[in-house]
Design a protein. Structure first.
Ligand SMILES: [Zn+2]
Length: 200
């Protein structure tokens, strides 16, 4: 049976982005818990890297994923940017990971309308020195050996996205989008394409 590891970003003292009432570490945990429940009818095992408000390094997250024998990792985050109009879902993957690409594409395809935009981002170049971005996608992706999708589920700094992520129905729609990505990626992995290498 394949194993899916869901990684709720941040935790403990590491709150992630905070904007108004939105605290990234709490949103990512709520999304991860609901996403895990939504996988119960699939023939897979699923695990979270953290189940509570725990502070974990990226190294520890990678070790936990290995311990569970992850075939697929979905790391859940919320984006932030100094420019308020930046919005929407972004799904990152390494260029060498075909399964993660398929999963990211599926997430973008069914992205909730309220997020108004979805982008699949190939983590190809070194991150720019643009400090207006809080997150370092390549660092997150680097933590995991299995095919990994980093889902940045909207921008805390965009009023529309912020309100949407604080709403339980909004989060339910995001969960269903992430689930579609997992299903699509698992199908690819099961077909065991020999050229799938999850490397930068
Ligand atoms: Zn984050």
């Amino acid at each position: 049976m394949m194993a899916v590891v869901i990684d709720p970003g941040h935790g403990g003292e590491n709150t992630g982005t905070v904007a108004g009432e939105l605290v990234e570490k709490d949103i990512t945990l709520m999304l991860a818990q609901a996403l895990a429940l939504s996988l119960h009818d699939l023939p897979v095992s699923y695990h979270l890297t953290r189940y509570g408000d725990d502070e974990l390094s990226l190294l520890e997250r990678g070790q936990i994923a290995e311990k569970y024998g992850a075939d697929l990792v979905v790391s859940i985050h919320v984006n932030a940017h100094a420019v308020e109009r930046f919005h929407g879902l972004e799904a990152y993957h390494w260029p060498g990971s075909y399964a993660a690409k398929i999963g990211a594409d599926a997430m973008a395809d069914v992205c909730p309308k309220r997020l108004r935009a979805a982008r699949v981002v190939v983590a190809r170049r070194p991150d720019s020195a643009d400090s207006r971005w809080l997150e370092n996608p390549r660092a997150v992706l680097s933590a995991f050996k299995a095919p990994t999708i980093l889902a940045e589920c909207g921008y805390s700094t965009n009023p529309n996205d912020n309100e949407y992520l604080l709403d339980k129905w909004g989060r339910a729609e995001v969960v269903s989008c992430l689930r579609s990505g997992i299903v699509a990626a698992l199908r690819e992995i099961e077909e065991a394409r020999p050229y799938d290498r999850d490397t930068p």
